[in-house]
Design a protein around this ligand. Structure first.
Ligand SMILES: *Cc1c(COP(=O)(O)O)cnc(C)c1O
Length: 389
């Protein structure tokens, strides 16, 4: 079967086969890594579609084909990191325009917008879970971009992608959804009306904590053309080897996401009933403030859990020093379970007053639940809670 034969198959089949056809020359089942910068031409301008690897590379093309199919998109452009992909997206709108952005976005996105691009655009931050207020703000400011992260990092706030994209579309606004936390397996923003789905593939899509990478998916030919132009001009191109690693990692996305979610649900319920826990945030819990919207727009609840431990910063520190299977590290979405402290680690670039304003307090702990045996994870957490007493 060729690529196009797989396009109408189920997600898990596409993840494995689209972009992964055996090599035509040798039959190799694992696609070659085209570790090349340039391509020989027959006569000037007469080439096989590839000229230079900053622009295009056959291994990268395979990955882009696979990712586009997983996000139900016509186009995908990958880049060297998630942040470089975010930066590319921001190039396609005229300078001086307003941009409306969620107030609880990834720390690096917040830093990019407030310290690198702050003089180029007028950034307006709002809690995009407040649908009516956000709609009013869109109508009033007519921004060039509406930037939604759903669920957010680390508070797992969920915005109504369908309603917000509809309003954005009516007002000529490009909607970008950072879909990193759900991966294309649990959420497809383009199907909900967004113009761009954006991923840090360093997380679930690659899933093995051994690559940093970003991806932009869209059905809009114009947006794709513009992003490709800036990608080629600025040059945050992903290496052929990293493209190959992600192409390998993404093969198991479906089965990994299922296990991440299964484990996370059990752990979220365990935490909710634990006396040393003040509260738990997980989209799959009924207690989650946007559980209903989560149910509507996502086909699962993912592997990220945020909880507030009793005993403040001291208890947090003891807990984080005591875990053994949960590794204390930034990042998320890999097969191994990770734990981190946003206020000290990933979100330190947000000033303390701003952090506390949005509920990012010093007793907040974030778990990226991996695919280990869940009993082992729970006994690890038990030990850490004992140490934090
Ligand atoms: C990690 C992350 C990013 C940034 O991606 P990098 O690959 O680290 O550059 C953006 N958004 C979210 C939600 C993330 O978790």
């Amino acid at each position: 079967m060729s690529n196009s034969d797989y396009l109408n198959k189920q997600f898990a089949t596409r993840a494995l086969h689209v972009g992964n056809e055996p090599d035509k020359e040798t039959g190799a089942i694992s696609p070659p890594i085209f570790q090349t910068s340039t391509y020989v031409q027959k006569s000037p301008g007469d080439h096989l579609g590839y000229e230079y690897s900053r622009t295009h590379n056959p291994t990268r093309t395979r990955l882009e084909q696979c990712l586009a199919s997983l996000e139900n998109a016509r186009h995908c452009i990958v880049s060297a990191t998630g942040m470089s992909a975010a930066h590319l997206i921001m190039q396609i709108i005229p300078k001086g325009q307003a941009v409306i952005c969620g107030d609880d976005v990834y720390g690096g996105t917040y830093r990019l917008f407030t310290t690198v691009l702050q003089n180029e655009f007028n950034f307006i931050f709002i809690d995009t879970t407040k649908t009516d207020e956000t709609i009013k703000l869109i109508q009033k400011n007519k921004p060039a971009i509406l930037w939604i992260e759903s669920p957010t990092n680390p508070l797992l706030k969920i915005s109504d992608i369908k309603k917000l994209s509809k309003c954005a579309k009516d007002n000529g606004v490009i909607t970008v959804v950072d879909n990193t936390f759900m991966s294309p397996y649990f959420q497809n923003p383009l199907d909900l009306g967004a113009d761009i789905s954006y991923h840090s593939m360093s997380k679930y899509i690659n899933g093995h904590s051994d690559v940093v990478a970003g991806a932009i998916m869209t059905n809009d030919d114009r947006i794709c053309k513009d992003i490709a132009y800036f990608h080629n001009s600025i040059g945050p191109s992903q290496s052929p080897f990293d493209s190959w690693l992600v192409l390998r990692g993404v093969k198991t996305l479906a089965i990994r996401m299922q296990k991440h979610e299964e484990n996370a649900m059990i752990i979220a319920e365990y935490l909710e009933s634990h006396p040393q826990v003040e509260s738990v945030t997980y989209p799959g819990l009924r207690s989650h403030p946007q559980h209903e919207i989560a149910n509507e727009q996502m086909s699962g609840f993912g592997g990220m859990i945020t909880f507030f431990i009793r005993g403040g910063i001291e208890a947090s520190r003891k807990f984080l020093e005591a875990v053994k299977i949960f590794l204390l590290a930034e990042s998320l979405g890999g097969v191994e379970s990770l734990v981190e402290h946003p206020a000290i680690m990933t979100h330190a670039s947000i000033p303390k007053v701003e952090r506390e304003k949005i509920g990012l307090t010093d007793n907040l702990i974030r778990l990226s639940v991996g695919i280990e045996e869940v009993e082992d994870l729970i006994s690890d957490l038990n030990r850490a809670f004992d140490a934090a007493k």
